[in-house]
Write a protein that binds this ligand. Structure first.
Ligand SMILES: Nc1ncnc2c1ncn2[C@@H]1O[C@H](COP(=O)(O)OP(=O)(O)O)[C@@H](O)[C@H]1O
Ligand SMILES: [Mg+2]
Length: 343
C-alpha cells in the first residue's frame, strides 16, 4: 500500500465521485487550533456554549480563546475554563441542523468507533460540537488519523503528502449491522465480500446469500468499477431492507484495513479465493461458528460504570454515592489524624 492510496481514500476525495450513492454529508475544514485541542491530552471539557446555555463573549475570537485553560490555585474547588471556538462551533451547528439535527462524525478516514462507550447514549450519534469533541478526544482511531496516517505504507522513504484535516458530518442513519458488507477490489475486479459485523450470525444472510451477492456485484459493476482513482481498494456497503445498495466508506487495500473474514495473505496472494467462480468469494458467519466477542470490546469500560453514568440503575447510583461519601469521611478522618500526629 502506497501513501497515495491512503490520500485517495480520504472522504473529501471519494465523496464527490460517489455522492449519489452514499449518505448525505458535509465536509468542514478543521482549523489548526481545533486540531491542537484534539491532540492535547489535558482538556476534555468544552464550553457548553454550543448548547446555548451561556452567553459567549463576542470579543472572543477563535484564535485567542483556546489557550484559556486555567486551574484555580484553591485546591478544593478546581475550575477549568474550557476552550471555545465560537466561529467553528457556529459553522458545525449550522451543518448539523442542515443534516437533520443528528450526525455521524468522522475525520478524513476514521470514525471514533473505539469511543462510543464514553457517550451518554453509547453511540456515535452527535448533536453538537461538544458531543463530537468528547468522542474524538477519547478515540485512538482519531489520534491515528491526526498523527500517523501513513504508518503502514510501503513507500516510507518518500515524503509524506500534505493533509488538510477535515471534519466530516454525515446525516445520522440507523444502519442495521447485518446489512453491512466489506468488498475487496483488486485490479478493478471485485474479488471478495465479507459480512462486516462478523461477530454475529444473521439468518437473513444465509437465506439470501445469492441475492445479496448479486446486488453487491451489480452495484460494483454499475457504479463503482473504473470510477475510483485506484485499481486496488476496499469499499463498504449497506444493503437496505428493499435490497438497494449504498456506499458507506472507502478504504485502502492493505493492512490498515481490517480484512474481516478473510486474511490479507489470501487477498493479496494471486487471488486463490476468487479463481474458481465468476463472482467474488462471499463469506459470512454461519450458525456453526462460535460467535466471537466484539472486537471493540477491549475499548469499553465496565458495564457498571456505564449504568452509573447514564443513570439507568438508580440503586447502583445510590450505592455509589454512599460509597463515595463514606470514602470521603474516612479520608477526612485520616487527614485529621495526620494533622494531629507529630511530624
Ligand atoms: N451516517 C451514519 N449514521 C449512522 N451510523 C453510521 C453512519 N455511517 C456509518 N455508520 C456506522 O459506523 C460504522 C463505521 O463507519 P465508517 O464510515 O466505515 O468508519 P470507519 O472507516 O472508521 O470504520 C459503519 O459500519 C456503520 O455501522
Ligand atoms: Mg473505513
Amino acid at each position: 500500500m502506497k501513501k497515495e492510496q491512503v490520500v485517495n481514500c480520504q472522504f473529501s476525495v471519494w465523496y464527490p465521485i460517489f455522492k449519489k450513492h452514499t449518505i448525505k454529508s458535509l465536509i468542514l475544514p478543521l482549523p489548526q487550533n481545533v486540531i491542537d485541542y484534539l491532540l492535547d491530552d489535558g482538556t476534555l471539557v468544552v464550553s457548553g456554549s454550543d448548547h446555548n446555555t451561556q452567553q459567549t463573549n463576542p470579543n472572543n475570537s477563535d484564535s485567542e480563546a483556546e489557550e484559556d485553560v486555567q486551574w484555580s490555585d484553591d485546591e478544593t474547588t478546581t475550575t477549568v475554563t474550557a476552550p471555545e471556538f465560537p466561529e467553528f462551533t457556529a459553522e458545525v451547528l449550522e451543518a448539523i441542523n442542515s443534516l437533520g439535527g443528528r450526525v455521524f462524525p468522522k475525520l478524513n478516514w476514521s470514525a471514533p468507533r473505539d469511543a462510543n462507550w464514553i457517550a451518554l447514549n453509547s453511540s456515535l450519534e452527535s448533536q453538537s460540537l461538544s458531543d463530537i469533541f468528547l468522542l474524538f478526544k477519547s478515540s485512538d482511531f482519531i489520534t491515528h488519523d491526526l498523527t500517523q496516517p501513513f504508518l503502514q505504507c510501503s513507500d516510507q522513504d518518500s515524503p509524506d503528502p500534505v493533509i488538510n484535516y477535515e471534519l466530516v458530518l454525515r446525516k445520522w442513519s440507523e444502519l442495521i449491522p447485518g446489512g453491512e458488507f466489506r468488498c475487496f477490489v483488486k485490479e478493478n475486479k471485485l474479488i471478495a465480500v465479507s459480512q462486516r459485523d462478523y461477530t454475529q450470525h444473521y439468518q437473513h444472510i444465509l437465506k439470501q446469500e445469492e441475492q445479496i451477492c448479486e446486488s453487491i456485484q451489480d452495484f460494483f459493476l454499475q457504479k463503482v468499477q473504473f470510477n475510483f482513482l485506484d485499481e486496488d481498494f476496499v469499499f463498504d456497503v449497506y444493503r437496505d431492507s428493499l435490497g438497494r445498495v449504498w456506499l458507506i466508506d472507502l478504504n485502502p487495500f492493505g493492512e490498515v484495513t481490517d480484512p474481516l473474514l478473510f486474511s490479507w495473505d489470501e487477498l493479496t496472494s494471486g487471488g486463490d479465493i476468487a479463481q474458481n467462480q465468476d463472482g467474488p468469494a462471499f463469506r459470512y458467519t454461519n450458525s456453526e461458528v462460535t460467535v466471537q466477542p466484539s472486537p471493540s470490546l477491549s475499548y469499553r469500560i465496565p458495564r457498571d460504570f456505564v449504568d452509573l453514568s447514564t443513570g439507568e440503575d438508580a440503586y447502583k447510583l445510590i450505592d455509589f454515592l454512599k460509597l463515595k461519601k463514606s470514602q470521603q469521611e474516612d479520608e477526612e478522618e485520616e487527614e485529621e489524624e495526620e494533622e494531629e500526629a507529630p511530624q
